[in-house]
Design a protein around this ligand. Structure first.
Ligand SMILES: NC(=O)c1ccc[n+]([C@@H]2O[C@H](COP(=O)([O-])OP(=O)(O)OC[C@H]3O[C@@H](n4cnc5c(N)ncnc54)[C@H](OP(=O)(O)O)[C@@H]3O)[C@@H](O)[C@H]2O)c1
Length: 275
């Protein structure tokens, strides 16, 4: 038996399952034999993912919800628990990115990112904990934050703020649940090839060479490892967050290193775009 076969018949909820990382994560869990509940706003896309799952060994249900609405999160997760019997893993992944320099950051854009990336994630965590506390063997919540939740970079200041906040919330919840059968993990991806990275390509195209984007499968493996081995934190690529933590020991030096690193990546992006 391979290690990921441990997910057979487990019940997994994935938010943001209509696209990108969430979609790939849902398909991968289902491929490993899990029963999956799919949450996001776009029902038609969730139905497509569910159809794809039903062609394989997994089972899927669609539970459309806007994660920023507490009642909708409650209804969707309770529906998953009723229909699938319990919740073993909740992948808290729904998120939005609106790039802007800090100087030009609009209040509405910051509010939107905080609303989805922080408040939405909080509602999902709270509902997951309520349900998992009723299970003798608990369960695992995997919060998908970002490497931008450990180091501020431009033009992602508002997004970084929302992900830093999610990291703080996650660490605090870990303390609250210490010694219980409930586990909370953080997955911190770098730049991943999804509609989130592509949809912003016109704004980010000169910042980062898209040919260096990592495939969503790398995040899926991080989520699998976090859930299977109860890891506390895993970066994609592995080790990247350790560099950010070391950088925090010398913030002034880190600023210069990140500044020159960013200049180099801009130069490479422009060079590659010119062909
Ligand atoms: N791509 C990257 O480079 C990268 C890097 C680090 C971290 N991340 C994080 O990874 C997660 C997934 O991102 P992705 O790259 O897969 O982006 P994506 O392809 O744009 O997918 C985002 C998902 O979030 C859902 N979502 C957004 N707002 C929602 C809301 N209010 N309620 C419910 N669902 C909502 C979307 O579904 P609906 O629109 O159907 O609601 C969609 O399924 C995000 O948290 C993101 O911040 C991404």
């Amino acid at each position: 038996m391979t290690w990921f076969e441990g997910f057979r018949d487990k019940v997994v909820v994935v938010t943001g399952a209509s696209s990108g990382i969430g979609r790939e994560t849902a398909l991968a869990f289902a491929g490993a034999g899990a029963r999956v509940a799919l949450i996001a706003r776009r029902r038609d896309l969730l139905e497509d993912v569910a159809q794809e799952i039903r062609r394989g060994p997994g089972e899927a249900m669609v539970a459309p919800a806007d994660v920023t609405e507490r009642a909708a999160v409650h209804d969707a997760m309770q529906a998953a628990r009723r229909r699938l019997g319990r919740l073993d893993v909740v992948v808290n992944n729904a998120g939005v990115l609106i790039p802007s320099t800090v100087v030009d950051l609009q209040r509405a854009d910051l509010d939107r990112m905080l609303e989805v990336n922080l408040v939405g994630a909080l509602f999902v965590m709270q509902e997951a904990v309520r349900i998992m506390r009723q299970q003798d063997d608990g369960g695992t919540i995997v919060n998908v934050a970002s490497l931008a939740g450990r180091r501020g970079i431009s033009p992602l200041g508002g997004y970084c703020a929302s992900k830093f906040a999610l990291v703080g919330l996650t660490e605090a919840l870990r303390m609250e649940l210490h010694g219980t059968p409930l586990h909370v993990a953080l997955v911190l991806p770098g730049v991943i090839e999804t509609p989130m990275a592509h949809g912003r390509e016109h704004e980010l195209e000169n910042l980062w060479p898209s040919s260096l984007n990592m495939p969503p499968a790398w995040v899926v493996w991080a989520v699998f490892a976090a859930a299977r081995f109860r890891l506390v934190e895993i970066a994609v690529p592995p080790g990247a967050a350790t560099l950010e933590k070391l950088a925090a020991l010398a913030p002034g030096v880190a600023d210069s290193a990140v500044y020159w690193g960013t200049q180099a990546s801009r130069w490479l992006a422009q060079l590659l775009r010119r062909g």
